[in-house]
Write a protein that binds this ligand. Sequence first.
Ligand SMILES: *Cc1c(COP(=O)(O)O)cnc(C)c1O
Length: 219
Amino acid sequence: MISPDLIADRIATIQAQLPATTKLLAVSKYADTEAIRAAYAAGVRDFGESRIQEAIQKIQTLRDLKDINWHMIGSLQSNKARLAVQNFAWIHSIDRLGLARKLDRLVVESGHSPSLCLQVKLMSDPHKSGWHESELLAELPKLAKCQNLKIVGLMTILPQGLNPDQATEVFRQTAQLAEKLRSQGWPNIRHLSMGMSGDYHLAIAAGATIVRIGSSIFA
Ligand SMILES: *Cc1c(COP(=O)(O)O)cnc(C)c1O
């Protein structure tokens, strides 16, 4: 593992580049619990995991860190939805109507209501899930019937290999889509979860409120 001091230095460097309106989500899927403790000691409170079983083990091991917010950022199978609702403060990867409907029932049953982002895909990418803009707009009336959900933002992952101009364009389009949704009866869609180690500067410039950074901290 890399040293706690190095983790703290990397976090300080990243934090210094973030505007006050952008939150650092430290993606700890590559990190063991000692590395997560080092990031916590350096002030990070939001951690992102993409595989639910591994995440739950870490969450249990780190129960003593009471004010941690755990974020699910990986694709979520429906049969794991209940575990996700019970264990995460945020779920960024709501990528289909069936999952939204299932979560709508589970938040009532469980009494836990995580903040949710809709995962969108404004540029085609066979390797990533998420709503295309037209699909999302078409399904909005059905999503609106999921009245128990706390949908607070959009999340996107860029296809690999874009140049900076293309990446900026996709981030801007994501911000514009959020604005469009706000004007169409979804005033709570205020968050933009976008930007990773390689492109977070561009995402911030386009209005990211949450950047998800893993390898620049932990690898
Ligand atoms: C792994 C992952 C990240 C972090 O990626 P890095 O390039 O390591 O910063 C961000 N978002 C999602 C959805 C991820 O799976």
